[in-house]
Design a protein around this ligand. Structure first.
Ligand code: APR
Length: 247
Protein backbone atom coordinates (compact mmCIF):
# COMPACT_ATOMS: atom_id res chain seq x y z
CA UNK A 1 0.00 0.00 0.00
CA UNK A 2 1.31 3.46 -0.91
CA UNK A 3 1.32 4.96 2.62
CA UNK A 4 3.22 8.11 1.70
CA UNK A 5 0.84 8.96 -1.15
CA UNK A 6 -2.20 8.23 1.05
CA UNK A 7 -0.76 10.58 3.66
CA UNK A 8 -0.38 13.27 0.98
CA UNK A 9 -3.94 12.68 -0.26
CA UNK A 10 -5.25 12.94 3.32
CA UNK A 11 -3.38 16.25 3.65
CA UNK A 12 -5.00 17.59 0.46
CA UNK A 13 -8.44 16.64 1.77
CA UNK A 14 -7.76 18.32 5.13
CA UNK A 15 -6.59 21.50 3.34
CA UNK A 16 -9.44 21.54 0.80
CA UNK A 17 -12.25 24.02 1.39
CA UNK A 18 -14.59 22.13 -0.97
CA UNK A 19 -13.62 18.73 -2.43
CA UNK A 20 -15.71 16.56 -4.75
CA UNK A 21 -15.18 12.99 -5.98
CA UNK A 22 -15.48 12.02 -9.66
CA UNK A 23 -16.01 8.26 -9.98
CA UNK A 24 -16.01 5.86 -12.89
CA UNK A 25 -16.63 2.18 -13.53
CA UNK A 26 -13.45 1.21 -11.71
CA UNK A 27 -15.05 1.86 -8.31
CA UNK A 28 -17.69 -0.79 -9.08
CA UNK A 29 -15.49 -3.63 -10.37
CA UNK A 30 -14.99 -4.81 -6.76
CA UNK A 31 -18.79 -5.20 -6.65
CA UNK A 32 -18.55 -7.60 -9.62
CA UNK A 33 -19.52 -5.08 -12.31
CA UNK A 34 -17.04 -5.05 -15.23
CA UNK A 35 -15.65 -1.72 -16.32
CA UNK A 36 -15.38 -0.66 -19.97
CA UNK A 37 -11.74 -0.24 -20.94
CA UNK A 38 -9.64 -2.52 -18.72
CA UNK A 39 -7.53 -4.54 -21.20
CA UNK A 40 -8.88 -8.10 -20.68
CA UNK A 41 -11.93 -7.65 -18.48
CA UNK A 42 -13.51 -4.42 -19.76
CA UNK A 43 -16.77 -4.67 -21.73
CA UNK A 44 -15.14 -3.01 -24.72
CA UNK A 45 -12.70 -5.92 -25.00
CA UNK A 46 -15.64 -7.90 -26.44
CA UNK A 47 -18.08 -5.38 -27.95
CA UNK A 48 -17.93 -2.20 -30.00
CA UNK A 49 -19.82 0.39 -27.88
CA UNK A 50 -21.15 2.07 -31.04
CA UNK A 51 -22.77 -1.24 -32.05
CA UNK A 52 -24.50 -1.78 -28.70
CA UNK A 53 -24.61 1.41 -26.60
CA UNK A 54 -25.33 4.26 -29.03
CA UNK A 55 -28.54 6.07 -30.01
CA UNK A 56 -28.05 4.65 -33.49
CA UNK A 57 -27.87 1.09 -32.09
CA UNK A 58 -31.12 1.64 -30.16
CA UNK A 59 -32.91 3.08 -33.19
CA UNK A 60 -31.64 0.74 -35.91
CA UNK A 61 -31.06 -2.53 -34.01
CA UNK A 62 -33.52 -2.31 -31.05
CA UNK A 63 -33.71 -6.09 -30.44
CA UNK A 64 -29.90 -6.40 -30.21
CA UNK A 65 -29.66 -3.21 -28.11
CA UNK A 66 -32.29 -4.26 -25.58
CA UNK A 67 -31.08 -7.90 -25.28
CA UNK A 68 -27.54 -6.69 -24.46
CA UNK A 69 -28.64 -3.78 -22.28
CA UNK A 70 -30.97 -5.87 -20.11
CA UNK A 71 -28.51 -8.78 -19.77
CA UNK A 72 -25.42 -6.68 -19.02
CA UNK A 73 -26.81 -3.63 -17.20
CA UNK A 74 -30.41 -3.97 -16.04
CA UNK A 75 -30.59 -7.50 -14.62
CA UNK A 76 -27.30 -7.99 -12.70
CA UNK A 77 -27.72 -7.09 -9.01
CA UNK A 78 -24.71 -5.72 -7.13
CA UNK A 79 -23.93 -4.35 -3.69
CA UNK A 80 -21.74 -1.35 -2.81
CA UNK A 81 -18.14 -2.25 -1.92
CA UNK A 82 -15.57 -0.76 0.48
CA UNK A 83 -14.78 2.00 -2.02
CA UNK A 84 -18.38 3.24 -2.10
CA UNK A 85 -18.63 3.00 1.70
CA UNK A 86 -15.39 4.94 2.18
CA UNK A 87 -16.80 7.79 0.05
CA UNK A 88 -19.92 7.81 2.25
CA UNK A 89 -17.68 8.26 5.32
CA UNK A 90 -15.71 11.06 3.64
CA UNK A 91 -18.98 12.86 2.82
CA UNK A 92 -20.37 12.30 6.35
CA UNK A 93 -17.18 13.72 7.87
CA UNK A 94 -17.28 16.78 5.61
CA UNK A 95 -14.23 15.93 3.48
CA UNK A 96 -16.38 15.60 0.31
CA UNK A 97 -19.30 17.86 -0.63
CA UNK A 98 -20.53 15.73 -3.56
CA UNK A 99 -20.00 12.59 -5.59
CA UNK A 100 -20.04 13.08 -9.36
CA UNK A 101 -20.37 9.68 -11.00
CA UNK A 102 -20.20 8.43 -14.57
CA UNK A 103 -21.70 5.15 -13.34
CA UNK A 104 -25.34 4.17 -13.93
CA UNK A 105 -25.30 1.33 -11.38
CA UNK A 106 -26.78 3.37 -8.52
CA UNK A 107 -24.26 1.96 -6.01
CA UNK A 108 -23.37 5.37 -4.52
CA UNK A 109 -27.04 5.91 -3.60
CA UNK A 110 -27.28 2.32 -2.32
CA UNK A 111 -24.17 2.87 -0.16
CA UNK A 112 -25.74 5.98 1.41
CA UNK A 113 -24.01 8.89 -0.37
CA UNK A 114 -26.28 11.92 -0.12
CA UNK A 115 -25.24 14.41 -2.83
CA UNK A 116 -24.72 12.37 -6.01
CA UNK A 117 -24.70 13.69 -9.61
CA UNK A 118 -25.30 10.86 -12.10
CA UNK A 119 -23.91 12.52 -15.24
CA UNK A 120 -24.52 9.44 -17.45
CA UNK A 121 -28.00 8.74 -16.06
CA UNK A 122 -29.16 5.69 -14.11
CA UNK A 123 -30.86 2.28 -14.41
CA UNK A 124 -33.96 3.08 -12.34
CA UNK A 125 -36.32 4.08 -15.18
CA UNK A 126 -37.00 4.21 -18.90
CA UNK A 127 -39.09 6.86 -20.69
CA UNK A 128 -41.45 6.76 -23.67
CA UNK A 129 -40.08 8.20 -26.93
CA UNK A 130 -43.68 9.13 -27.84
CA UNK A 131 -45.48 10.62 -24.85
CA UNK A 132 -42.49 10.97 -22.53
CA UNK A 133 -44.04 8.98 -19.68
CA UNK A 134 -41.56 7.33 -17.28
CA UNK A 135 -41.70 3.61 -16.36
CA UNK A 136 -39.63 1.44 -13.98
CA UNK A 137 -36.72 -0.32 -15.73
CA UNK A 138 -38.15 -3.61 -14.42
CA UNK A 139 -41.18 -3.21 -16.71
CA UNK A 140 -38.95 -2.91 -19.77
CA UNK A 141 -36.68 -5.78 -18.64
CA UNK A 142 -39.77 -7.97 -18.18
CA UNK A 143 -40.97 -7.24 -21.72
CA UNK A 144 -37.50 -7.97 -23.15
CA UNK A 145 -37.26 -11.25 -21.20
CA UNK A 146 -40.69 -12.15 -22.63
CA UNK A 147 -39.20 -11.69 -26.09
CA UNK A 148 -40.92 -8.37 -26.80
CA UNK A 149 -39.54 -4.92 -27.58
CA UNK A 150 -40.35 -2.69 -24.59
CA UNK A 151 -43.20 -0.27 -25.33
CA UNK A 152 -45.09 2.42 -23.45
CA UNK A 153 -48.14 1.14 -21.54
CA UNK A 154 -49.82 4.48 -22.23
CA UNK A 155 -49.34 5.23 -25.93
CA UNK A 156 -47.65 2.08 -27.28
CA UNK A 157 -44.55 3.90 -28.60
CA UNK A 158 -41.05 2.55 -27.94
CA UNK A 159 -39.27 3.35 -24.65
CA UNK A 160 -35.57 4.00 -23.99
CA UNK A 161 -33.36 3.79 -20.87
CA UNK A 162 -32.66 6.96 -18.85
CA UNK A 163 -28.93 6.61 -19.46
CA UNK A 164 -26.62 8.65 -21.71
CA UNK A 165 -25.91 6.60 -24.84
CA UNK A 166 -23.18 7.51 -27.32
CA UNK A 167 -24.77 10.24 -29.44
CA UNK A 168 -27.02 11.57 -26.64
CA UNK A 169 -27.05 15.08 -25.18
CA UNK A 170 -25.83 15.31 -21.58
CA UNK A 171 -28.62 15.36 -18.94
CA UNK A 172 -29.32 18.32 -16.59
CA UNK A 173 -27.27 16.51 -13.89
CA UNK A 174 -24.16 17.29 -15.95
CA UNK A 175 -24.64 21.06 -15.60
CA UNK A 176 -25.13 20.65 -11.84
CA UNK A 177 -22.00 18.48 -11.67
CA UNK A 178 -20.08 21.01 -13.75
CA UNK A 179 -21.00 23.77 -11.28
CA UNK A 180 -20.07 21.55 -8.33
CA UNK A 181 -16.68 20.76 -9.92
CA UNK A 182 -16.09 24.42 -10.79
CA UNK A 183 -16.69 25.50 -7.19
CA UNK A 184 -14.45 22.74 -5.82
CA UNK A 185 -10.81 23.31 -4.96
CA UNK A 186 -10.00 19.59 -5.13
CA UNK A 187 -11.33 16.82 -7.39
CA UNK A 188 -10.66 13.23 -6.28
CA UNK A 189 -10.95 10.92 -9.31
CA UNK A 190 -11.64 7.27 -8.43
CA UNK A 191 -11.76 4.40 -10.93
CA UNK A 192 -11.95 6.25 -14.22
CA UNK A 193 -9.73 6.23 -17.32
CA UNK A 194 -10.95 9.82 -17.90
CA UNK A 195 -11.23 8.97 -21.59
CA UNK A 196 -14.82 10.14 -22.21
CA UNK A 197 -15.79 13.77 -22.62
CA UNK A 198 -17.39 15.90 -21.47
CA UNK A 199 -17.36 14.01 -18.13
CA UNK A 200 -13.55 13.98 -18.11
CA UNK A 201 -13.54 17.80 -18.27
CA UNK A 202 -14.89 17.74 -14.70
CA UNK A 203 -11.47 16.57 -13.51
CA UNK A 204 -9.92 19.83 -14.70
CA UNK A 205 -12.34 22.39 -13.18
CA UNK A 206 -10.25 22.71 -10.06
CA UNK A 207 -7.00 23.95 -8.66
CA UNK A 208 -6.06 20.50 -7.27
CA UNK A 209 -6.48 16.98 -8.65
CA UNK A 210 -5.96 13.57 -7.03
CA UNK A 211 -6.34 10.25 -8.84
CA UNK A 212 -6.94 6.77 -7.41
CA UNK A 213 -6.97 4.34 -10.32
CA UNK A 214 -5.58 0.87 -10.97
CA UNK A 215 -4.06 1.82 -14.37
CA UNK A 216 -2.40 5.06 -15.49
CA UNK A 217 -4.78 7.74 -16.82
CA UNK A 218 -4.33 10.56 -19.33
CA UNK A 219 -4.49 13.04 -16.44
CA UNK A 220 -1.78 11.49 -14.21
CA UNK A 221 0.76 14.12 -15.27
CA UNK A 222 -1.57 16.95 -14.19
CA UNK A 223 -2.43 15.45 -10.80
CA UNK A 224 -1.07 16.54 -7.40
CA UNK A 225 -1.33 12.93 -6.14
CA UNK A 226 -1.69 9.68 -8.13
CA UNK A 227 -2.23 6.30 -6.50
CA UNK A 228 -2.32 3.26 -8.79
CA UNK A 229 -4.16 0.57 -6.86
CA UNK A 230 -7.49 -0.81 -5.70
CA UNK A 231 -10.17 1.79 -5.01
CA UNK A 232 -11.58 -0.21 -2.11
CA UNK A 233 -8.25 -0.75 -0.35
CA UNK A 234 -6.92 2.76 -1.05
CA UNK A 235 -10.06 4.64 0.03
CA UNK A 236 -10.40 2.48 3.16
CA UNK A 237 -6.80 3.32 4.09
CA UNK A 238 -7.52 7.00 3.35
CA UNK A 239 -10.49 7.03 5.74
CA UNK A 240 -8.35 5.37 8.43
CA UNK A 241 -5.62 7.97 7.86
CA UNK A 242 -8.14 10.80 8.23
CA UNK A 243 -10.21 9.44 11.08
CA UNK A 244 -8.26 6.59 12.61
CA UNK A 245 -11.42 4.46 12.10
CA UNK A 246 -12.52 1.84 9.57
CA UNK A 247 -15.33 2.51 7.10
N1 APR B 1 -9.71 -0.01 -8.36
C1 APR B 1 -9.22 1.10 -8.97
N2 APR B 1 -9.31 1.31 -10.30
C2 APR B 1 -9.91 0.34 -11.04
C3 APR B 1 -10.44 -0.84 -10.48
C4 APR B 1 -10.32 -1.00 -9.07
N3 APR B 1 -10.79 -2.08 -8.44
N4 APR B 1 -10.97 -1.59 -11.48
C5 APR B 1 -10.77 -0.89 -12.62
N5 APR B 1 -10.13 0.26 -12.35
C6 APR B 1 -9.76 1.33 -13.29
C7 APR B 1 -9.19 0.84 -14.60
O1 APR B 1 -7.78 0.83 -14.51
C8 APR B 1 -9.70 1.89 -15.60
O2 APR B 1 -8.69 2.84 -15.91
O3 APR B 1 -10.95 2.02 -13.60
C9 APR B 1 -10.84 2.60 -14.89
C10 APR B 1 -12.17 2.43 -15.59
O4 APR B 1 -12.09 3.10 -16.82
P1 APR B 1 -13.27 2.87 -17.91
O5 APR B 1 -13.50 1.41 -18.05
O6 APR B 1 -12.89 3.69 -19.11
O7 APR B 1 -14.55 3.46 -17.21
P2 APR B 1 -14.99 4.98 -17.10
O8 APR B 1 -13.80 5.88 -16.98
O9 APR B 1 -16.01 5.06 -16.04
O10 APR B 1 -15.70 5.22 -18.52
C11 APR B 1 -16.38 6.45 -18.69
O11 APR B 1 -17.25 5.62 -20.77
O12 APR B 1 -18.31 4.07 -22.08
C12 APR B 1 -18.49 5.17 -21.32
O13 APR B 1 -20.53 5.72 -20.34
C13 APR B 1 -19.43 4.89 -20.17
O14 APR B 1 -19.46 6.01 -18.02
C14 APR B 1 -18.63 5.31 -18.95
C15 APR B 1 -17.58 6.23 -19.54
Amino acid sequence: MNDEAIGRLAELLREARNAVALTGAGISTESGIPDFRSPQTGLYATIDPMEYLSVDALNSRPEQFWKYFVEVFALPKAEPNAGHLALVRLEEQGYLSAIITQNIDGLHHKAGSQRVFEVHGHLRTVHCTGCGRTWPMEDASGQVQAGELPTCGECGAGVRPDVVLFGDQMPPAFQDAFEAAQSADLVLVVGSSLSVSPANMLAFQRNRLAIVNRDPTVADGAADVVIHGSAGETLTALVEELTGAGT
